[in-house]
Ligand binder design. Structure first.
Ligand code: COA
Length: 224
């Protein structure tokens, strides 16, 4: 595979990216559902997604950024310095909000229940447990796609992990997600593991951050 070229940074795009905040949760939930509505979390519905993002932004294990134009959030990335610790943390602290929202979502879409059970074993099947830094979700309005806005947001996220001492980052996606696969391969992500998760073919990619020509260890996100 050829080495990725340095990333041409557009200062205006970079300036429109800021850390995700509690107030962004409802808009981020909408963007999540618009692009990933058929995923497990998406099918639990907007109230659940909103609770999930509110819980994540309050977690010290969370890193997230939004791309804004004026007051309008038009895209986001959400990840973690350690996903399993983050999920355990929010399940413990926010169960009273997440539990009822998930139960209501499951009542509306009962077919998600077995999927929820399978999620418990997710960390066992997705691999790369030795890579704690992870990009979990991202979504951009369709008009922004293919313009490297998402590429800038990725860069900001990877720069943040590198600044916090992470040598690698992982991302799991569906093998047939053309947009995501094209972008990740262009960044130089390596396909480390394939597995089937609830009937879907998944791939876990890992990227070396150290010495990567597009990554500069720079922190733009408050550490809680
Ligand atoms: C997945 C997703 C975030 C990718 O975003 P995107 O807008 O296609 O990403 P980018 O604009 O950064 O472009 C990706 C690639 O397209 C090509 N490209 C984009 N703009 C280009 C340009 N001006 N010139 C040349 N190539 C270009 C490049 O190959 C680029 O990669 P590179 O910048 O590393 O060279 C987006 O499709 C999306 O929001 N999808 C819905 C949600 C989703 O699937 N989320 C991912 C779950 S893991």
């Amino acid at each position: 595979m050829t080495q990725p070229k340095p990333f041409p940074v557009d200062a205006a795009v970079l300036g429109a990216i800021r850390p995700m905040q509690f107030r962004d949760a409802s808009r981020v939930a909408e963007l999540h559902r618009a692009a990933m509505g058929n995923s497990l979390w998406g099918r639990l519905g907007l109230p659940f997604l909103q609770q999930l993002y509110q819980a994540m932004v309050d977690s010290p294990w969370f890193i997230g950024f939004v791309y804004v134009e004026g007051d309008d959030v038009r895209g986001f990335i959400a990840g973690s310095v350690d996903t399993s610790k983050m999920y355990r943390d929010i399940a413990r602290r926010r169960f009273m909000f997440l539990g009822p929202a998930a139960a209501l979502g499951a009542l509306r879409a009962p077919s998600v229940v077995p999927k929820l059970v399978e999620t418990v074993r997710y960390f066992g099947v997705s691999g790369a447990e030795d890579v704690p830094g992870e990009s979990l979700f991202c979504s951009f309005e369709p008009q922004l796609r293919g313009k490297r806005v998402s590429g800038h947001v990725n860069k900001v996220f990877f720069d943040e992990l590198a600044a916090r001492g992470h040598a690698r980052v992982k991302i799991t996606t569906e093998t047939d997600n053309e947009g995501a696969n094209r972008q990740l391969l262009s960044w130089g992500f390596k396909d480390t593991r394939r597995f089937v998760f609830y009937g879907k073919n998944m791939v876990t990619y890992v990227l070396d951050l150290v010495g990567h020509p597009r990554v500069e260890p720079t922190s733009r996100h408050p550490a809680i």
